[in-house]
Design a protein around this ligand. Structure first.
Ligand SMILES: Cc1cc2nc3c(=O)[nH]c(=O)nc-3n(C[C@H](O)[C@H](O)[C@H](O)COP(=O)(O)O)c2cc1C
Length: 201
């Protein structure tokens, strides 16, 4: 499988524009997740049997390697990714309202360094769309690995109102998540990181 990935799949993906490659990978995960027989086959054959399970935050992780936020912003491919054997999958970053993100090009690949730099700026279909999609899928305790939901604020929301954006997302999505991540670290939304500094009273 790793030979197939290194010699064929990664070469084909790197030949594409990086955002298109991302979409191809994501749609592939979506198809895998939606095709129950294939998904079950993958879950049983590919999930690393030797992985060391850990418990943290009251959650059981089948292994240490998870899929970070940003690959699956709208919860389209997480079931496919989970079937590949990740120890957890984090969807998002999602914002209260749908937004298009920054102008393209906004993803840049340097294959010789195995590196991808992103300036997406949280393109996503909004918290309600993610809620509706996840509500129809296996919930807490029925998943092959923990599902995290990463929440952010809309670009048009001023920092003074940012807490309202996080609350909207949290109230709607926390009941569906095994854990929630509050994103105040992205460099691609102007001023977001200023939220890390508590205002002086
Ligand atoms: C294309 C791309 C998109 C990303 N989008 C998000 C995002 O929406 N939210 C987020 O919290 N992190 C995002 N990240 C950051 C990743 O979640 C992760 O923290 C980062 O890639 C570092 O982990 P790594 O060293 O394992 O790659 C993104 C990263 C990449 C490469």
């Amino acid at each position: 499988m790793s030979f197939l990935y290194e010699k064929v799949i990664s070469k084909a993906l790197y030949s594409l524009d990086p955002e298109t490659a991302h979409q191809v990978g994501l749609r592939g995960m979506g198809l895998l997740g939606a095709c129950a027989p294939l998904r079950l086959l993958m879950e049983r054959s590919l999930t690393p049997k030797g992985g060391r399970p850990i418990e943290a935050f009251g959650l059981k992780f089948p292994n240490h390697i998870g899929l970070a936020a940003g690959f699956d912003k709208d919860g389209i491919g997480w079931r496919g990714a989970a079937a590949l054997g990740f120890g957890h999958v984090e969807v998002g970053t999602v914002t209260p309202k749908a937004q298009p993100g920054n102008e393209k090009p906004r993803v840049f690949a340097t294959p010789e360094l195995n590196a991808v730099v992103n300036a997406y700026g949280f393109p996503n279909n909004g918290a309600q769309a993610l809620h509706d999609r996840l509500s129809k899928q296996p919930g807490r305790g029925q998943r092959v690995c923990p599902l995290g939901i990463n929440i952010g604020k809309n670009k048009v929301t001023a920092n003074e109102q940012a807490h309202e954006d996080y609350l909207v997302c949290f109230k709607l999505l926390a009941p569906l998540a095994d854990y929630v991540v509050v994103n105040i670290s992205s460099p691609n939304t102007t001023g977001l990181r200023a939220l890390q500094i508590a205002p002086r009273s």
